[in-house]
Design a binder for this molecule. Structure first.
Ligand code: SAM
Length: 327
């Protein structure tokens, strides 16, 4: 389906839970334990009902996220159900990787082939500082198992955090990871709805640091295409790299004109732009038990009102945290 700005909206990011097993200080804050009541969270059946209707409108790619999607029971079953819906072209998962080692076999059996792992540092102590949990080795084992199980592409999402991972040593460890393993590393700019301020470093600065520290040679960079990447990411490879690295820079390089996304929160609120506070109460229409036509009408209304760009989004997300938007 094309929206009014001729963008093909075919991708839905679905937050299946607001619960998380980590407490990343820049995400929802270390002391925020306010969770949505279970009864308000969409059941898998409700998600599937909605996915069937979204498919009719051309949304045929789904990414599961959270909270931490792997903490919700039955996620592999849910993935297999989405995968079996006629017309679905792609199902992927974004996870912090803590539970990957345990679930990778089930996820593969369910038909999942692509995984993004969030990992902001390769230093054990910094990992604990950022996430509140001494879990780096668990994530690295999960990453290794994911590669061994044949998942492809495997992407590693690294949010750039001033004074945590923008130093030479941190950047060098990440670049080395892309040399050693077939992973696609993405340096992501921190978005301003983080509850913590003053940590922003632009992708441009990171690129410059990589060059200035001779971790990359600009003349040797080969642009590469990585499957399943939206308009947001650009990847490069250096000779000898098994993987690649790239940047997602919503602030310094906007990609609103090519945005193909919708987001659904765990409690059934549809958002058409990460930078907008506007939401559409899908749960309410789903649970009212009225016909599918009305749900489709609401989906169409949401698509029709998707802002042209983040500047036109009708509110900023300052301090609200990703749990409200389905990270
Ligand atoms: N728990 C899963 C995970 O860690 O991948 C999925 C949800 S998590 C909210 C999704 C991603 O959002 C993570 O990579 C996290 O680092 C990122 N994130 C959280 N707050 C952010 C912010 N303010 N700006 C940019 N990315 C953020």
């Amino acid at each position: 389906m094309l929206d009014v700005f001729n963008r093909r909206i075919n991708y839905m990011r679905v937050s299946i839970t607001d619960r998380c097993n980590l407490r990343c200080f820049y995400c929802r804050g270390v002391s925020d334990f306010s969770f949505i009541d279970h009864s308000e969270i969409l059941t898998y059946e409700e998600f599937l009902h909605l996915a069937r209707l979204a498919l009719k409108l051309g949304v045929d790619r789904f990414r599961l996220t959270g909270g931490e999607p792997l903490v919700r029971k039955g996620v592999a079953w849910f993935i297999s159900q989405i995968n079996s819906l006629p017309g679905v072209k792609d199902v992927s998962l974004t996870t912090n990787g803590i539970l990957l080692e345990r679930y990778i076999g089930e996820l593969k059996e369910a038909g999942l082939r692509r995984i993004n792992i969030s990992l902001d540092t390769l230093d054990r102590h910094k990992y604990q500082k950022i996430t509140g949990y001494d879990g780096l080795s668990q994530v690295l084992s999960g990453l290794q198992r994911t590669i061994e199980a044949g998942f492809n592409p495997v992407k590693v999402n690294t949010v750039i955090l001033k004074d945590f991972n923008d130093d030479r040593e941190s950047l060098s460890r990440f670049i080395n990871l892309a040399f050693k393993l077939p992973v696609h590393l993405r340096f992501i700019e921190l978005m301003e709805f983080s509850p913590v301020k003053g940590l922003f470093v632009s992708a441009t600065e990171i690129f410059k640091k990589l060059k200035d520290n001779r971790l990359i040679e600009e003349t040797e960079l080969e642009p590469v295409f990585v499957e399943g990447s939206g308009p947001a990411a650009h990847y490069y490879q250096l000779p000898g790299m098994k993987g690649s690295f790239g940047f997602i820079a919503p602030y310094s390089h906007h990609f609103c004109g090519a945005c193909n996304r919708l987001r659904l929160t765990a409690d059934g609120q549809l958002r058409t732009c990460l930078f907008s506070t506007r939401s559409y109460d899908i749960k309410e229409v789903l649970r009212r038990g009225i016909g599918d036509e009305e749900i489709i009408a609401l989906l169409k209304k949401a698509l029709g009102e998707k802002p042209a760009s983040w500047r036109e989004a009708d509110g900023q997300m300052n301090g609200k945290g990703l749990r409200n938007v389905g990270g």
